[in-house]
Ligand binder design. Structure first.
Ligand SMILES: [Mg+2]
Length: 312
């Protein structure tokens, strides 16, 4: 029995469903309790999600206990990612002219280059992550494909609110509730989305301390990426070297290693960050990074509140 489509909507402000686009839950309570990516196939309608074979005993067998509303299993079929007209993102100024595709996780575009190392200063990095040049942590989420237009973002204080202290990998929240909608819109309009973030770990000497710093940063980035549910290339500079903003090493990695066959259109690319040199800012590294690269810069408020305001 097909469920009503009306219950499938974003639940902004709620914790993200850990299965993202692969969640097949049909209960209204689940959809009200957990936020799902704008690219979730439920927003396309029910045809691709619910077939007669999914009903009855087979569906009951696969559904998780009611006491674990977020414990959904991945879909067997690859989800469609075309945006639904009812999704809040339709209010954004960037039109959905080119809905993104989501190739399987094993698609060549996402394969971690074999040149990447699997450890940072002798400490293993999480599954899926790699290390370039001895200090740059690299992760690809949902097959980010090359595009001449690059939309690049700082993480802490720009895309996500994160505490300065502590090592909790789950201690993050959306900087603005409509960040996922804006990123989905940019992905749909053909931007390659890249997170460029600094996380100095070279002051740590003990492997346990390095491992804790890696777990914290990678966990927050993974949680964020899965919550927004759009393809992302994530670059984290872990040492005080040229990968660290305002150094342009991360941009060189994008151009020379991540997407060497796709020249970047700098006029159509931009960087957003909160280290903008404003009164009270902790620095101007983000603004200087954009200047060094030669692309447009927006601070987080100018971008998310003025250029792409919620409900615009
Ligand atoms: Mg920042």
């Amino acid at each position: 029995m097909a469920a009503s489509a009306s219950k499938y909507a974003r639940a902004f402000g709620q914790p993200p469903c850990k299965y993202g686009n692969a969640c097949y839950q049909q209960s209204r309570s689940h959809w009200e309790a957990f936020d799902h990516p704008a690219t979730h196939p439920r927003f396309q309608g029910l045809a691709s999600m619910s077939s007669p074979a999914d009903d009855g005993e087979s569906r009951k067998r696969k559904e998780p206990p009611a006491s674990e509303p977020d414990d959904a299993a991945p879909l067997a079929a690859a989800p469609s990612v075309e945006m639904a007209a009812s999704a809040p993102v339709h209010q954004l100024p960037v039109p959905f002219t080119a809905p993104p595709s989501v190739p399987p996780a094993a698609a060549p575009a996402t394969a971690m280059p074999s040149s990447l190392e699997r450890s940072l200063r002798g400490v293993p990095v999480p599954d899926g992550w790699g290390v370039h040049g001895g200090s740059l942590l690299v992760w690809r989420h949902m097959s980010p494909v090359a595009s001449p237009k690059v939309g690049a973002f700082d993480f802490d204080g720009c895309l996500a609110r994160t505490p300065l202290g502590g090592n909790d990998p789950n201690a993050w929240s959306m900087q603005f509730t409509h960040v996922p909608a804006v990123l989905a819109s940019l992905a749909a309009s053909g931007h390659t989305l890249v997170i460029v973030t600094n996380e100095s770990m070279d002051r740590f000497k003990k492997p346990e301390a390095i491992a804790a710093a890696i777990r914290k940063k990678c966990g927050r980035l993974e949680g964020f990426a899965r919550a927004v549910g759009v393809p992302l290339l994530v670059l984290c500079a872990s040492a005080k070297d040229d990968f660290r903003k305002p150094g342009a090493g991360c941009w060189d990695y994008v151009a020379r290693h991540a997407y060497p066959d796709t020249p970047v259109d700098k006029a159509g690319s931009f960087f957003v960050g909160d280290a903008a040199g404003r009164l009270g800012d902790h620095g101007d590294g983000d603004r200087e990074f954009a200047r060094a690269v030669g692309i447009a810069f927006f601070d987080e408020k100018a971008f998310f509140l003025e250029r792409h305001p919620a409900g615009a």
